[in-house]
Write a protein that binds this ligand. Structure first.
Ligand SMILES: Cc1cc2nc3c(=O)[nH]c(=O)nc-3n(C[C@H](O)[C@H](O)[C@H](O)COP(=O)(O)OP(=O)(O)OC[C@H]3O[C@@H](n4cnc5c(N)ncnc54)[C@H](O)[C@@H]3O)c2cc1C
Length: 753
């Protein structure tokens, strides 16, 4: 069995705000101050009874040395507030009793706010890292909101005197609110309750407990005021949104039908549109699904399915080519190109029934084949292939029109011809054999997947990427491993190279010869031409935005259909899902969004659901595969989050060793955890079946399970999934309770006699 600790590493990367030594010292000082404060103070001396007993004495002292008493009181109040010690309510009452309303208010208001600010700083600068590690991800989810509305939340918390003073200071210390804002809002928000308490202090002698100060009516008024302030931003946003929507709909109002043909019209029958229609039909709605091209959209016809079918043929070719490493006689790899392309067609045909008109009609969906155009916020016009036109009135519309490949503005591109994911499969099917020289422009997931597959099938592939590395959204170690894998399969990887222009090179006889792409090396500034028989553009995909009515509606579209958290456009009747709105151009992201868009479109008047992308997995199907959920290192750093890295290399995994050829197995599991806890911030896997291994981590993150839960789960031997458990084991070893282990060792030594 594998010793998981070997060659595996677990290291912490803390945010640089405090050096550990400094923080430990400061925390110790704080703990001491608290201990002394609690010991000296309050519970004994700062009780109502004690102060009432010494009331006359205090008044006499105040009459004798007013400034000395004010100064002493102010300092004591500040200390109690800063350290969140008990007794603050009694002190406030005492201020009224001794100093009267004006001086009492002045002293308490400033001392409490300054004390609160000190306590806020303690939380922010001393405990910040610690608390961020524990709550950072939850805070991150609401960070934007806190940045915009933090002041109003603080005001409402301050107004409600039921919420402990110290808790508010601590919580706000973790938010991005500015210190000056915190100070000003605290002073304002605490003022009403301060007035009540200081005024009540004037009846100090007759009070039996601090709770008598707030009558139910006064408390109720403060709670109502606080709640109103808390709800104000949401209410204001909602009202403004409604006004804007009314304004937008005004020019169309006259066209609003009295009755509707459908509850929902869905534009596009790709991953997003199909799920949207399915959900609406399942919810009992009358739904019309309009598709202009093939049912199933990009994924089935031009994207995931054909590319994965091609990758499988390439995998087989690579296995045959390396057969001798496994003791099997090597055969020259021969390609039956038409059989290979026929297989791709067959795979598409075998999946097509899942997305077919028949299936969706059986599910209760009205499927209309034709080109949809939004005429007004309640009407969609469909033009079918035979040019017949029908108008469908509907309460809501979901746009699931997908995306299309970006075609860069390269001089000469149209002359040499090119393929995109939309046209690639038809062009390949028209070839009698695999194009000999293929240039792939773009080193993202699609470029890497297809480039490697073509190379494994025997083409001379040059992959050109302007960025310094492949798969730029992944960490550098992932990019490096993928680059090595592609190069191992014979791909000529040119990163940091910009495509400049295309042209057919003149032959010696003056006619046009090889088609070439001229590229420039960013480091050397050198320009050179790369010849190709097929140029594949894989430089990104942009939402489909034109030709279906968005312009006429006056929707301000730039790169994608703009939607809010409910996937609603500025028009209350129009929603969007999938590649058309983004930001994730993935089949499962489109399906995930479709549920939210549809449910909000149908039931949003009663209850709306904000879409979330937490725990959204993704995979790139290169060999070895790259799969990830949650954050990677570069994202955690960009967000300023402290994290620990745990890594387990596949070279240590028994199953990977069983499957490996001559070279040791390449790949790893890399986990990011919140410092000191086993909670996952993200997991990246580079392995032959990384996409199949990832769901264990997706499940763990989705349901709040830590690495200890994965470690405590039995995994079948020998499987790639065991790497997940071994990575958890590496984390566990790095966090072993060393003192306890030392005790255990001593115990066993003693037992041996
Ligand atoms: C080569 C490649 C490989 C990929 N591999 C993967 C992968 O492995 N995993 C993964 O998760 N994702 C992958 N993707 C991405 C995936 O295909 C898309 O994210 C997914 O298809 C998006 O679904 P969608 O419903 O938003 O759009 P689409 O699937 O594009 O569907 C939109 C549909 O709307 C129709 N339409 C547009 N306008 C109109 C109109 N006016 N009237 C009627 N119909 C209209 C279009 O014809 C189209 O059928 C890949 C993409 C490509 C190109």
């Amino acid at each position: 069995m594998t010793d998981v600790a070997q060659d595996a590493s677990c290291q912490a990367k803390a945010s640089p705000r405090w050096r550990p030594g400094w923080r430990a010292g400061a925390l110790l000082a704080l703990a001491l101050a608290l201990a002394v404060g609690w010991r000296l103070s309050p519970s004994d001396s700062l009780t109502l009874a004690t102060l009432q007993a010494r009331h006359a004495e205090l008044l006499a002292w105040y009459a004798l040395a007013p400034w000395q008493v004010r100064g002493t009181f102010f300092s004591l109040y500040l200390l109690v507030a800063a350290l969140s010690l008990p007794g603050i309510a009694v002190l406030t009452l005492a201020a009224g009793a001794v100093f009267g309303l004006a001086w009492g208010l002045l002293l308490v208001s400033f001392a409490s706010t300054l004390g609160a600010t000190l306590s806020f700083w303690l939380a922010r600068y001393l405990l910040g890292d610690l608390l961020h590690a524990r709550m950072g991800r939850r805070l991150l989810a609401v960070r934007g909101r806190l940045e915009r509305e933090g002041a109003l939340y603080l005001l409402s918390l301050r107004l409600i005197p039921l919420i402990p003073f110290g808790v508010v200071n601590l919580l706000m210390g973790l938010t991005p609110i500015r210190s000056a804002t915190f100070y000003a809002i605290s002073q304002l928000g605490m003022f009403p309750a301060t007035v009540l308490f200081v005024a009540a202090g004037q009846q100090f002698a007759t009070l039996r407990s601090t709770s008598e100060v707030l009558s139910p009516a006064a408390l109720g008024a403060l709670v109502a005021l606080g709640a109103a302030v808390a709800l104000l931003p949401a209410l204001a946003t909602r009202v403004l949104q409604k006004l804007r929507q009314r304004q937008l709909l005004a020019p169309w109002r006259a066209q609003r039908p009295r009755k509707f043909d459908s509850n929902l019209v869905v534009i596009g029958a790709g991953a997003g549109g199909l799920v949207s229609a399915y959900v609406a039909a399942a919810a009992g709605a009358k739904v019309t699904l309009v598709e202009a091209r093939a049912m199933g959209g990009d994924c089935l016809n031009y994207g995931c399915v054909p590319s994965k079918a091609l990758i499988q043929s390439a995998r087989v070719a690579a296995q045959v080519r390396t057969a001798a490493q496994f003791g099997v006689s090597e055969q020259p790899v021969g390609l039956d190109w038409s059989a290979l392309m026929a297989r791709i067609d067959h795979v598409i045909a075998s999946i097509a029934p899942h997305d077919s008109v028949e299936r969706y009609t059986d599910l209760g969906v009205d499927v209309v084949q034709g080109h949809a155009r939004i005429v007004n916020p309640w009407t969609v016009e469909v033009t079918s292939a035979n040019q017949s036109v029908q108008r469908i009135s509907t309460r809501s519309i979901v746009i699931a029109a997908g995306a299309q490949p970006v075609v860069p503005d390269l001089p000469g591109l149209q002359d040499v011809g090119f393929a995109t994911s939309d046209t690639l499969w038809a062009q390949l099917a028209a070839c009698s054999e695999l194009p000999r020289r293929i240039v792939v422009l773009g080193g993202g997931p699609i470029g890497c997947e297809l480039g490697q597959a073509f190379a494994r099938l025997g083409a001379h592939v040059t992959l050109i990427e302007a960025a310094p590395r492949l798969l730029e959204r992944e960490d550098e170690d992932v990019s490096a491993l993928v680059r090595a894998a592609l190069q191992g399969d014979g791909v000529n990887v040119l990163t940091a190279h910009t495509a400049l222009r295309c042209h057919p090179s003149p032959t010696e006889s003056g006619g046009s010869g090889d088609k070439t792409l001229v590229v420039k090396n960013a480091a050397t500034e050198e320009e050179y031409a790369v010849a190709f028989d097929l140029l594949l553009l894989a430089v990104g995909r942009l939402a489909r935005l034109k030709g279906y009515g968005l312009e006429a509606l006056g929707l301000d579209v730039d790169r994608a259909v703009p939607t809010n958290a409910y996937l609603q456009t500025v028009f209350p009747t129009i929603y969007a899902a999938g590649d058309a709105t983004g930001p994730y151009q993935l089949t499962h992201a489109a399906a995930h969004q479709a549920w939210y868009a549809t449910v909000n479109a149908l039931f949003g008047g009663f209850k709306r659901f904000a879409v979330h992308y937490r725990h959204l997995p993704h995979a790139t199907f290169v060999a070895p595969e790259v799969a990830r959920v949650g954050l990677n290192e570069q994202e955690a750093q960009a967000k300023g989050l402290a994290y620990e890295v745990t890594r387990f290399d596949l070279a240590e995994l028994d199953r990977a060793l069983c499957d490996a050829g001559k070279a040791p197995p390449a790949g790893f599991v890399k986990l990011l955890t919140a410092p000191g806890t086993d909670r996952l911030l993200g997991a990246t896997i580079v392995a032959p079946a990384a996409s199949e291994m990832l769901p264990e981590y997706v499940l763990a993150m989705r349901h709040g399970l830590g690495l200890k839960a994965i470690l405590g789960t039995v995994h079948a031997y020998p499987t790639y999934n065991e790497a997940n458990k071994y990575a958890a084991g590496v984390w566990q070893r790095a966090h072993a309770p060393n003192r306890l282990l030392a005790l255990a060792r001593a115990f066993h030594t003693w037992r041996r006699g």
